[in-house]
Design a protein around this ligand. Structure first.
Ligand code: NAD
Length: 488
């Protein structure tokens, strides 16, 4: 059993408190690692280390920063098996998903920003005399790193989302104090070791473990951390904004969702049925972008729904370490209880469970005490009931029929959230029209989860503020300073 430590100044540091939290393998219910129960003393130490490292790192050439981050990406790939196994056991996700998506994407995040920084340019304007107040000038923008960046991430895509923040922060010359979720800390710990082996100078990347209310809150409130990049729940995001707002910190909040998947009658069902199953249940439905509300045009409901349910039933739920498993364990018993409470609520609200809703009948002995739930399809609930309004974040989808495009859009937009949506239709004109009218940061047409890393990413409404991805991430982690040179 692994006992983790903080990673500060390239050293393994035990928590000041001397206390550790249990990190459980959700597929077995057994202790997987011990996580430092960090507090603000550990955060102070990490911020101190990051602040000390900042002048050196921000003064390091972009080419050298890029080289080190590319080396880190290489090390993740060289240690792929170790990262994959730990990500799967810590989170409960199928090993095939960790191998096919999470860990390769973590390496890709590092490579993307390590190379982006080599090509990033800033604008220069030959200013018109009339605008400049009489004289001619050259006005250019300098992008300078902000200092110590605070990066806080959730448990659902542990290393993927952790690196999505850390990579642009480091590439642009910031130093980092980062906190992974206390539920899934192991691959972040391994990343620290890899960063040291890659040659990152001490203090450039610091990782502090522990509870959000202690470690996360201390990072957010720290006066020497001017930028906070946070991904997690909307309630936590609200608390972070409450603390960081009056301190005028630069804030990126990637929050929850209640995403609609919309199937029009003209959709190609051969594509739409498997696409919607994936959008509903990938990673046990624990992807912020999963569609929890499946809006189906009434005229195609009888053709669509039996095929959708049949395909859902065919998903193999079981041991995450089995390479053929489609659906692994729910991240924790507590989260499983929360999901189950929504199934009880669905019944109370008059819904019917068409499939799933229980633990699978047969699990290997190793997984008998694990947190499992069969993928669940609910029908018969009004769009405004709680099950269709609140984020469940599990393998549960609620089917809502609609008659026409206007109704689909009204239902889709009728929650406090606005993270993503997917639309299934063969009508190209409709696809563009609907995409423009949906209140969502990302809209997919006849696909789901595909994304070019260069595009801005993020939600609207209660799904967050700020945009990550591509140049938006580089801009987030830098100050834009205008320099105006008078030409007489
Ligand atoms: P969470 O908000 O409980 O925790 C996220 C992180 O914040 C964890 O590291 C946690 O320890 C920390 N934290 C908790 N309280 C804090 C506080 N007061 N101050 C600072 N940090 C604090 O979320 P979670 O349960 O880990 O993740 C699930 C949520 O994340 C879902 O709502 C999901 O939709 C959302 N999510 C959003 C995106 C996105 O890109 N929009 C991506 C993935 C997950």
């Amino acid at each position: 059993m692994l006992r983790l430590s903080h990673f500060i100044s390239n050293r393994d540091e035990p928590p000041r408190s001397g206390a550790y939290l249990d990190d459980i393998d959700p597929a077995t219910g057994e202790l997987f690692s011990e996580v430092p129960d960090g507090d603000e003393r550990d955060v102070d130490m990490a911020v101190e280390a990051a602040a000390r490292a900042f002048p050196g790192w921000s003064g390091t050439s972009a080419a050298e920063r890029s080289r080190l981050l590319l080396r880190l990406a290489d090390l993740i790939e060289e240690r792929l098996d170790e990262f994959v196994l730990n990500e799967s056991m810590d989170n409960g996700k199928p090993v095939a998903l960790a191998r096919g998506l999470d860990i390769p994407r973590a390496a890709a995040n590092l490579r993307f920003f390590a190379t982006a920084i080599l090509h990033w340019s800033s604008a220069s304007h030959a200013t018109d005399a009339a605008v400049a107040g009489g004289g001619r000038a050259i006005n250019y923008t300098l992008h300078t790193p902000r200092g110590v960046a605070g990066c806080i991430s959730p448990w659902n895509l542990p290393l993927y989302l952790f690196t999505w923040k850390i990579a642009p922060a480091l590439a642009t010359g910031n130093t980092v104090v980062a906190k992974p979720s206390e539920l899934t800390p192991v691959t972040a710990y391994l990343l620290g070791l890899a960063a040291r082996d890659a040659g990152l100078p001490p203090g450039v990347l610091n990782i502090v473990h522990g509870l959000g209310a202690k470690v996360g809150a201390a990072i957010v409130a720290h006066p020497r951390v001017p930028a906070i990049s946070f991904t997690g729940g909307t309630r936590t995001g609200r608390e972070i904004a409450r603390v960081a707002g009056p301190m005028f910190k630069k804030l990126s909040l990637e929050l929850g969702g209640k995403n609609p998947t919309i199937v029009f009658a003209d959709a190609d069902l051969k594509q739409a049925v498997p696409g919607c199953v994936r959008a509903s249940f990938a990673n046990q439905g624990e992807v912020c972008l999963c569609g929890e509300r499946l809006l189906v045009q009434r005229s195609v409901l009888d053709a669509f729904l039996p095929r959708f349910v049949e395909r859902t039933r065919a998903l193999r739920v079981g041991d995450p370490l089995e390479p053929t498993t489609d659906q692994g364990a729910i991240v924790s018993k507590a989260h499983l209880d929360k999901i189950r409470s929504y199934l009880a609520l669905a019944r109370e609200e008059g819904g019917e469970i068409l499939c799933g809703g229980e633990a699978p009948d047969r699990l290997p002995p190793r997984c008998e005490h694990g947190a499992f739930l069969e993928p669940t399809v609910i029908t018969g609930l009004a769009p405004d009931c709680r099950v269709n309004q609140e984020e469940i974040f599990g393998p549960v989808v609620s089917v809502i029929p609609f008659d026409d495009e206007d109704e689909a859009i009204a239902i889709a937009n009728g929650t406090p959230y606005g993270l993503s949506a997917s639309v299934w239709t063969s009508d190209l004109t409709r696809a563009h029209r609907v995409a423009a009218r949906l209140e969502a940061g990302t809209v997919w047409i006849n696909t789901w989860l595909l994304r070019d890393l260069r595009v801005p990413f993020g939600g609207v409404k209660a799904s967050g503020v700020g945009r990550e991805g591509g140049e938006d991430a580089l801009r987030f982690f830098t100050e834009s300073k205008n320099v105006c040179v008078g030409l007489g």
